[in-house]
Design a protein around this ligand. Structure first.
Ligand code: KG4
Ligand code: ZN
Length: 352
């Protein structure tokens, strides 16, 4: 072990980003390379087989480039951390196979990381105060989870989406509006030119009559919202007003998603009596979401979120979560497999 802590190589290939990062200890990010696959853009969504092939083509170069930037070699790496799930099976397998071979060849441990637990760790890399206890909101392209985190490794699931994930709703809505992929950033850009009150859209699963005893008190649902946008797109298209209303619709949609995310998060804040909130996942890159949460929390609240390079999929968060699991002695064997449905580790409580 070198000065400053263990050197962890984090590898992420669960979806459409190939990423490798070198992290020394908990906070020293020596290098990170993220290659976003653009082959999916014309399809308006990720095509799994194309993703796997693209990972295979670039993974050697992505890792080499990260090592070069960090000024280290593979032999210097103390721990190999890799996303083992959830994600696309073919895509995950590329990273898992790569990490296992490198760990074996260098006689070092390999750690399988849960992608969503890694998103939870992302903010803490650059912000040492981003520590439990906190209410955690994980919002990505594949998942939407509301957690109570009393300490790292202990996760009480309060709520989750019943259908589409928050990021998925952004992606599908952007496609409906003809704005491109991924949807989050383009909708946020378009929304800035629009009026969020222009179109009355539903806030699914959000009503003031819900009580903590209701099963949907903390849960989310975004597919009805997407359908409402689709209907509005059809109506506006027929009236020849779609183009002039796109920004208004984007703003109204974004506000509906954010209202719901903020309201459910604040319910958790009240229930747990803890005004510290941490967000993770690609949607945490949304400035609009962060501003809305900060204002809901007020001046005595604390909000932690990852910087843009650590919000969407990246190798650094995999290294950080891998370090946590490594320190607990949780190493994988060479039979580590990729699991598209890998369960969230450390779930406790009624919904575990
Ligand atoms: O965490 P991530 O990179 O990949 C998954 O694990 O799924 O999240 C990607 C998601 C996409 O759905 C993308 O549209 C969304 O994050 N996203 C955003 C923003 N930037 C990325 N959603 C809303 N606003 C943004 N600024
Ligand atoms: Zn992700």
């Amino acid at each position: 072990m070198s000065a400053g802590g263990q050197l962890v190589l984090g590898i992420e290939t669960s979806c459409d980003e190939t990423s490798a990062a070198l992290l020394r200890g908990e906070h020293e990010l020596l290098a990170q390379v993220i290659l976003s696959q653009d082959v999916h853009e014309v399809y308006g969504g990720v095509v799994p087989e194309l993703a796997s092939r693209a990972h295979v083509r670039v993974i050697d170069e992505v890792v080499d480039s990260a090592l070069r930037q960090a000024g280290v070699t593979l032999a210097d790496v103390d721990v190999f951390a890799v996303t083992a799930g959830p994600g696309l099976i073919g895509a995950l397998l590329v990273g898992v196979a790569w990490a296992k071979s490198a760990a074996w060849a260098n006689d070092k441990p390999v750690v399988g990381v849960h992608h969503m637990e890694a998103h939870l760790f992302a903010a803490s890399i650059e912000e040492p105060r981003a520590q439990p206890p906190f209410v955690g909101l994980l919002v990505s392209g594949g998942h939407t989870l509301l957690l109570w985190v009393p300490e790292w490794g202990v996760y009480e699931k309060l709520g989750e989406t019943r259908d589409d994930a928050a990021g998925e709703a952004f992606d599908k809505t952007a496609k409906l509006l003809g704005l491109g992929y991924p949807g989050g950033p383009v909708i946020e850009r378009s929304a800035k030119q629009g009026d969020a009150r222009a179109h009355a859209l539903p806030r699914p699963m959000l009503s003031t009559t819900q009580t903590p005893a209701d099963p949907d008190y903390y849960d989310f649902s975004f597919s009805g919202l997407k359908t409402a946008v689709a209907t509005r797109v059809r109506e506006l298209g027929a009236a020849g007003r779609l183009e002039s209303e796109t920004a208004n619709l984007a703003a109204s949609f974004q506000a509906a998603v954010i209202d719901t995310l903020v309201a459910k998060t604040m319910r958790a804040v009240e229930a747990k009596g803890c005004r510290r909130v941490l967000i993770g996942g690609g949607v945490a890159a949304s400035r609009a979401l962060r501003d809305a949460l900060a204002s809901a929390l007020g001046p005595d609240g604390e909000l932690y979120y990852p910087s843009p390079r650590l919000a969407t999929d990246n190798g650094a968060m995999i290294a950080r979560a891998g370090l946590f699991r490594h320190e607990r002695g949780e190493h994988a064997d060479l039979d580590l497999g990729a699991r598209p449905d890998l369960p969230f580790p450390g779930l406790v409580g009624a919904r575990a």
